[in-house]
Design a protein around this ligand. Structure first.
Ligand SMILES: Nc1ncnc2c1ncn2[C@@H]1O[C@H](COP(=O)(O)OP(=O)(O)OP(=O)(O)O)[C@@H](O)[C@H]1O
Length: 237
């Protein structure tokens, strides 16, 4: 993934004039890399990761994936390949399992032999959404200290850490090419955070080319998980 000359401008509000958050951001995430994006609170790390994920607009510049501009990708396909894990997970009402199955009902999955394709909402022989692997979900949850019964928990009754576990497992099940991790372990206790780091490392090692961007205010964590660091510099206004 490559970003060239990215800029994000926030409109004027009652109290504040319109302003650039960042400008002229050039970033390359090579295949297989893990890169830390650093900067003090409010520098715009979240806005940058969301822009790279195609969830937020940019006002200048272009993001390329496999040499192709983001705008030229079908959005669902792009989002299955480049997946953003938010600081505050967005879950919808239902059980943990409902949330984990959801991406597999949206009609996008990765094709074999490196060729992506969009499918309809295919159902497997047992009537389940194609690509949904419940056993794999149970394994990932177990690695984060949760048993299979966790799948039936309503998300409204989850703690912040449990919601983040759900969001992380959901992201890993999709097996994206790129993970954009926005303080992904902030709500987790130390042991679970380390387990999450291990899972992400295993996801990266499981296929060539998988890469990730991390933000975190935990310098020790960034030293453990990132190959290099990119410091985000606020724009002059
Ligand atoms: N939707 C929005 N509308 C207006 N301003 C926003 C919006 N989202 C973020 N901002 C502002 O943009 C700036 C950058 O926010 P962002 O959340 O990207 O920072 P960050 O570097 O991720 O911070 P932190 O390290 O605290 O998570 C902040 O000043 C924030 O108030």
């Amino acid at each position: 993934m490559r970003a060239e000359g990215l800029g994000r401008r926030l409109p004027a509000t009652g109290q504040q004039r319109a302003r650039w958050v960042w400008r002229g951001v050039d970033l390359t995430l090579a295949e297989g890399e893990s890169v830390a994006v650093t900067g003090p609170s409010g520098t715009g790390k979240t806005l940058l990761l969301r822009a790279l994920a195609g969830l937020d607009p940019v006002d200048e510049g272009t993001v390329f994936l496999d040499g192709r501009p983001q705008a030229a990708w079908p959005a669902p396909l792009y989002r299955a390949r480049v997946l953003y894990v938010a600081q505050r997970p967005a879950l919808f009402d239902g059980t943990v399992e409902d949330n984990l199955v959801r991406p597999f009902t949206l009609g996008v999955r990765q094709g074999r032999k490196g060729r992506d394709r969009i499918t309809g909402c295919i159902r497997g022989g047992d009537g389940s959404p194609s690509g949904w692997d419940r056993q794999r979900a149970v394994e990932l949850l177990a690695a984060l200290g949760r048993d299979a019964g966790f799948l039936q928990r309503p998300v409204t009754a989850l703690s912040g850490g449990e919601a983040q576990i759900t969001a992380l497992v959901r992201a890993l099940l999709v097996e994206p090419a790129i993970l954009l991790l926005d303080e992904p372990t902030a709500p987790l206790d130390e042991a679970t955070a380390r387990a999450a780091e291990d899972l992400i490392a295993r996801w990266r090692a499981a296929a060539p080319g998988r890469a990730c961007l991390w933000t975190s205010h935990d310098r020790d964590q960034l030293r453990r998980v990132a190959d290099r660091e990119v410091a985000l510099v606020p724009a002059e206004n």
